[in-house]
Design a binder for this molecule. Structure first.
Ligand code: SF4
Length: 279
């Protein structure tokens, strides 16, 4: 499923020439350096007050937005939702609480089962090891990575649809699945940038490198990105250049030829970008 979910549908988004390993490493270091300079302390956009609440919210956020999860859960979290209270609510009441979230019936069932296991096997605490986390209902590699990074500051890289798309456009991986992407990127992103790189990439994907209409003209990575679209200024210059060349060919020497600039690479258009997938 992940394979098709994350596969880019548009070859135009894929850089055609793969850089050498050294060039790619330099590029990743520079990307991280710029993110760190622009946003030294990025925050998770899911609301939570305890590790359990974060775990629950990340599990609930599959196939839906953080905003929808926050809208459903904030009041309960402020009231002190615990594994015990989820079990006490039961599946029916919990389902009512999250009714506006996608896949609510399945998620309600899993949330109650997850809370039961935490109480029975982990003293109501969120375990700090990946194997125990991934053994919980509704918790996969991405959810475990978010929790390990956000709560325990382990150097992990959780890959969701935003992270996958942004790094694919940047030419940082050529994989087909979130897990493979995570393996490739975790090995090349400096440990000093993990786990924060997850937040930088998610926020960049949400607000700048959007699925349908990436804001390339204002992107801080524009000059590094093989998928950057033309900025309006460059497009205007190219139009003027082509008009001037046409005029010169036709013998009109009075038309000035605008200064040439290095051509940009692959072009991203709204129509050519893959469909939006939330988490
Ligand atoms: S230049 Fe465009 S495609 Fe490249 S990372 Fe920035 S927004 Fe995304």
């Amino acid at each position: 499923m992940l394979r098709s979910k994350f596969r880019s549908k548009d070859a135009a988004l894929r850089p055609t020439k793969r850089p050498s390993k050294r060039t790619q490493q330099l590029m990743i270091d520079e990307i991280m350096r710029r993110f760190a300079a622009a946003s030294p302390d990025p925050r998770c956009e899911l609301y939570y007050r305890t590790p359990f609440q974060l775990l629950l919210s990340v599990a609930l956020s599959a196939q839906t937005t953080d905003k929808a999860v926050n809208a459903a859960m904030t009041a309960s979290y402020d009231a002190g939702l615990t594994p015990e209270s989820v079990v006490a609510m039961g599946e029916k009441s919990f389902l009512h609480l999250i009714r506006r979230i996608g896949l609510a019936p399945t998620k309600a069932k899993r949330a109650v089962a997850l809370a039961r296991i935490l109480i029975a096997q982990h003293g109501s605490q969120v375990p700090q090891d990946r194997a125990s986390l991934e053994a919980l209902p509704g918790v996969g590699r991405k959810t475990a990575s978010v929790v390990l990074g956000e709560i325990f500051r382990e150097p992990t890289l959780a890959v969701d649809t935003h992270v996958f798309r942004v790094t694919e456009r940047l030419g940082l991986h050529h994989t087909k699945t979130a897990d493979a992407c995570s393996d490739v990127l975790s090995a090349v992103i400096g440990p000093q940038y993990l786990p924060t790189a997850h937040h930088w990439l998610v926020l960049h994907g949400r607000y700048v490198c959007k699925a349908r209409a990436p804001l390339c003209a204002s992107c801080v990575l524009n000059d590094l990105c093989p998928s950057a679209t033309l900025s309006p200024q460059t497009a205007a210059r190219k139009t003027a250049q082509s008009a001037a060349l046409k005029a010169l060919k036709g013998g009109d020497a009075t038309v000035a030829l605008p200064a040439a600039k290095a051509p940009r690479r692959a072009r991203v258009t709204a129509a050519s970008t893959p469909a939006t997938v939330n988490r």
